[in-house]
Design a protein around this ligand. Structure first.
Ligand SMILES: [Fe+2]
Length: 306
């Protein structure tokens, strides 16, 4: 489930190789991050100064609006957070453009976030908790089957960031898809392409969002996105799923490391760790070389029998 790359391995990787591992549902792991961390004083600012000004569980830079959301505080604080996170976003993009062909083709660069708090024992509501295993559903509103790619970096000086996973999408769909009511009700193949009314609605919201009201995108939806949201909620709400041990893997990502994964496909929870960068990208399904592996296609057929 993990595919590790040293920086030397990365230089030697064939075009498309890293992308293929992601599409196969691997967590691509870098013991040493290929993206440089921000300078020490900027990191100290994020870790020590910013948390006092937080309004949300993390600080997020939104590139489409060139704004940082989640903090209050004076102009100086806002400006510095913007500078550090926007520079970080660009640094991540530069590396991914080099190593991730063809997935960067037509991608949407989404938020660059910093998580300043300890993940263990946050006591957030179940649907917001990172400690419960789930697949990600929706990023910037509906994805319509496009993929959610996330790149993580552990910026803590001494503590590992610890994840658990209960396997890939096809596996959890096979085991829990019917019970979660995300499988086709009559077992037949179904088409998840949005109907014309839905497409019209999505197009309208997209126009409004691009006109300067990005929040409009959050109202978007599609048959695919509704199923993914239902599966996400089922996973977080179902004790039996959280307690299942048929597939249960634990990964410790040490300080200075980085990793990336299609989080709509690989179930995950972060049970421990503090001070991480998380950069999100939405990758068009049409840029994937193995689209049949994607949740959009998996959900169109009945789960394979056990
Ligand atoms: Fe997640």
């Amino acid at each position: 489930m993990i595919q590790a790359y040293s920086l030397e391995d990365l230089d030697r990787a064939a075009p498309g190789e890293v992308a293929d591992h992601l599409e196969d549902g691997k967590i691509v792991y870098f013991p040493k991050s290929p993206v440089l961390f921000p300078a020490t004083d900027d990191l100290e600012f994020l870790k020590n100064d910013l948390p006092r000004f937080l309004r949300r569980k993390n600080i997020s830079y939104h590139p489409e609006a060139d704004r940082v959301i989640g903090i209050r505080g004076g102009q100086e604080i806002q400006q510095r957070a913007l500078q550090v996170l926007s520079a970080h976003s660009i640094a991540v993009q530069q590396v991914l453009r080099r190593i991730l062909t063809p997935l960067t083709r037509g991608w949407t660069v989404a938020t660059s976030s910093f998580r300043p708090f300890q993940e263990r024992g946050r006591e957030l509501s179940a649907h917001a908790s990172n400690e419960l295993v789930h697949v990600d559903a929706g990023a910037y509103g509906a994805t319509h089957g496009n993929r959610i790619l996330r790149f993580f970096m552990n910026a803590h000086p001494t503590e590992d960031r610890v994840w658990i996973s209960k396997g890939g999408f096809r596996e959890v769909y096979r085991r829990f898809g019917r019970e979660a009511r995300v499988a086709p009700p009559n077992g037949a193949r179904r088409d998840l392409s949005a109907g014309s009314v839905n497409r019209l609605y999505s197009g309208l919201l997209g126009t409004v969002a691009r006109a300067g009201f990005p929040i409009a995108a959050l109202a978007d939806t599609s048959p695919y996105d509704r199923l993914m949201r239902r599966f996400h909620n089922y996973m977080k709400d179902t004790a039996e799923f959280q307690a299942s041990t048929a597939v249960h893997r634990e990964f410790a990502f040490p300080p200075g490391s980085a990793w990336m994964v299609f989080t709509d496909m690989v179930t995950h929870a972060c049970i421990r760790g503090q001070h991480a960068f998380i950069d999100t990208f939405v990758v068009p399904l049409s840029s994937c070389r193995r689209p049949e592996q994607a949740p959009f296609h998996v959900l169109q057929s009945a789960p394979e029998s056990a």
